[in-house]
Design a protein around this ligand. Structure first.
Ligand code: AMP
Length: 142
């Protein structure tokens, strides 16, 4: 899906926010839902999903975007405290040609560790028990 098109309320992240699909949750408030990426590119790969039902960041309201990006920073700092990575990548894709695969706006928080290459985007599924341990550490640092 390119930048044009309509929002599909049946997308996987909408279902996770609605509690209709499972996830390893880290945080939820009025503006965002945050959980571990099931196909992490690096241990601790976390997603911050605004609750606003739009496909990408370009479609967000200004207020919604402000509320979301502040939480991205807050949760990235919790990832830093919890996992002590050497660096953290923040990414956000708009449209399939840009790399977007789930068409509900979201931000990636990807910890990076010296000497460890980045895994494939949406590649191998993680062990859910391991994700729960990582989520617990991040939650404790929030
Ligand atoms: P993007 O390509 O930016 O749309 O990213 C979508 C991300 O969602 C990818 O990193 C996937 O690994 C991740 N993902 C897809 N399905 C799920 C799911 N059910 N639970 C958690 N993460 C998911």
């Amino acid at each position: 899906m390119s930048l044009e098109g309509s929002y599909d309320p049946e997308n996987i992240f909408a279902k996770i926010i609605a509690g209709e699909m499972p996830c390893v949750k880290v945080h939820e408030d009025d503006h965002v839902f945050c959980f571990m990426d099931l196909f992490p590119q690096s241990p601790g790969h976390t997603l911050v999903v605004p609750k606003e039902p739009v496909r990408n960041a370009l479609d967000m309201s200004e207020d919604g975007l402000k509320e979301a990006i502040v939480r991205v920073q807050r949760i990235a700092n919790a990832v830093k405290t919890a996992l002590d990575p050497d660096g953290i990548v923040l990414t956000q894709f708009n449209g399939a040609p840009a790399g977007q695969t789930v068409f509900h706006v979201h931000f990636h928080i990807i910890p990076r560790y010296e000497g460890r290459p980045l895994g494939e985007h949406a590649g191998r599924q993680a062990d859910v028990e391991e994700l729960k341990v990582l989520a617990g550490k991040i939650k404790a640092a929030l």
